[in-house]
Design a protein around this ligand. Structure first.
Ligand code: GDP
Ligand code: ZN
Length: 292
């Protein structure tokens, strides 16, 4: 990585992965201890070495972004995982996550997992609206050797977090990518032994190819952030391809006359689920802006 990065906190100390790929346990410089709770895993830091050989975090560099749950900074990309089937894809959740990830200034990667469980037609129908330069899309099966190659490549040199509903295979994929990980897979009870009852903090896992992945799924908070309603379409790239043909500037593509987005929906060029999800999120945003 290009900077020194905090990869975990351990009882008042921080483990930092340095630029030259060493892991060093560090203390915080006294003046930084005041901002103790503001130090996040993912923070990029400057270090100094004391005479006694101990290393101190001197400065925390400005963040490019940060999440609240899990608390983590400077995320490059979020791998949004859905299963092709079992559980069947929740498209509203997907479109919501694409908005949340984009609004947090994180690059989304759509990952369709469990492709061993259904046919090509089903896969194609699911991913087609998201392809063609709109989003990065990868398909995987955690059950098949070599079927996580594309995903693995996308993680090299980046700080990533996985997101998506439970049961879609996030832990299985991480185990497949990094076999030493051994994350609990499957039943909620197997996982809660590790997560729910002990307060564990998030950690960045080092991948052997170079790259860091959060061990706790990101974007668990699904409420939209405050933003102007006109901004929502920024996360619907296929709308942006035609909005200059809407009659009104600032068209929200809802009830305005001569709306190019609605025409494209009617013509079948923009899929209905995307448009309906847009309307659902647009309405939600209105509530958020009014009541928060
Ligand atoms: P998570 O909740 O998203 O972390 O999902 P898990 O990794 O715990 O997987 C949930 C269940 O789906 C487990 O029983 C896995 O064995 C299974 N699973 C995960 N990935 C695949 C896949 O690619 N193909 C198939 N057939 N099953 C999978
Ligand atoms: Zn319009």
């Amino acid at each position: 990585m290009k900077n020194n990065i905090i990869i975990r906190g351990v009882g008042g100390f921080y483990d930092v992965l340095t630029k030259d790929n060493q892991e060093i346990r560090c203390k915080l410089r006294g003046k930084l201890r005041l901002s103790y709770d503001k130090v996040l895993v993912g923070d990029m830091v400057e270090l100094t070495t004391n005479n006694d050989g101990s290393t101190v975090i001197e400065t925390i560099l400005p963040r490019k972004n940060s999440l609240v749950r899990p608390p983590i900074a400077n995320i490059d990309q979020a791998v949004i995982v859905l299963a092709l089937t079992d559980p069947s894809p929740d498209l509203l959740l997907l479109d919501r996550l694409l908005v949340l990830v984009g609004a947090a200034d994180v690059e989304p990667i759509l990952c369709i997992n469990k492709i061993d469980l259904a046919g090509y037609d089903q896969l194609d129908a699911l991913i087609r609206p998201y392809q063609n330069g709109r989003y990065q899309v990868v398909t995987t099966s955690a059950k098949k050797l070599d079927s996580v190659k594309d995903l693995k490549e996308k993680l090299i040199g980046k700080v990533s977090t996985f997101a998506g509903p439970s049961g879609v295979g996030k832990s299985s994929l991480l185990n497949r990518i990094e076999t030493s990980l051994n994350l609990a897979v499957g039943t909620i009870s197997a996982k809660s032994k590790r997560g729910k009852h002990t307060t564990r903090s998030v950690e960045l896992i080092r991948l052997s190819d170079g790259g860091l992945v959060a061990d706790t799924p990101g974007f668990s908070q699904l409420a939209l952030p405050r933003m102007e309603q006109e901004k929502l379409q920024l996360f619907f790239p296929e709308f942006l391809e035609v909005t200059n043909e809407c009659r009104f500037r600032g068209c929200l593509h809802h009830k305005e006359p001569s709306c190019a987005v609605r025409s494209q929906v009617q013509a079948g060029n923009i899929i209905l689920s995307r448009y309906n999800n847009y309307l659902t999120l647009l309405e939600e945003l209105k509530q958020v802006n009014e009541y928060r």
